[in-house]
Design a protein around this ligand. Structure first.
Ligand SMILES: [Zn+2]
Length: 147
């Protein structure tokens, strides 16, 4: 019976390892390292590409449960009309104990352009009863499962 491709490459890697060579390419191995520089760089590139493919770009990912302890935005201005408007806006936002679910992130969603001046990643987060809101990364904290 012929060995499968995976079995053959595993054998080859072991053979190279036994000879003290890089198991990835059979090249010379700097002392104490498992793979040569070239193979390590390639592996790092694969990992980066994989992360980019999954749309990972920040602290949070789709499906994460989050809370917003305090909504950012503006502090009181001293102008009664403006402050009343800000207070009314804040009152319509989910309270600190409300748990939302991250829908997308700054890279994969259309969200990056929503806050062009902040320079902070923002995520689309669905809050039950409040709909989907854009939340800045710095405003959110992660809620562990069951918490
Ligand atoms: Zn190598």
């Amino acid at each position: 019976m012929r060995a499968t491709k995976a079995e053959r490459s595993a054998e080859l890697r072991q053979y190279r390892r036994d000879l003290g060579l890089c198991p990835g390419c059979g090249g010379d191995l700097p002392g104490g390292q498992k793979y040569c520089e070239g193979c390590r760089a390639t592996a790092t590139g694969y990992r980066r590409a994989d992360r980019a493919k999954k749309g990972y770009s920040g602290k949070f990912q789709s499906g994460n449960r989050v809370r917003v302890p305090r909504w950012g935005g503006q502090d009181a201005t001293g102008d009664k009309g403006v402050d009343a408007h800000l207070a009314a806006t804040l009152a319509r936002l989910p309270p600190p104990e409300c748990v939302g679910v991250v829908q997308g992130n700054a890279r994969s969603g259309a969200s990056a352009s929503s806050m062009p001046h902040s320079g902070v990643r923002a995520y689309a987060v669905a809050f039950p009863g409040f709909g989907v809101l854009m939340v800045r990364e710095t405003e959110m904290i992660r809620v562990e499962k069951g918490g």
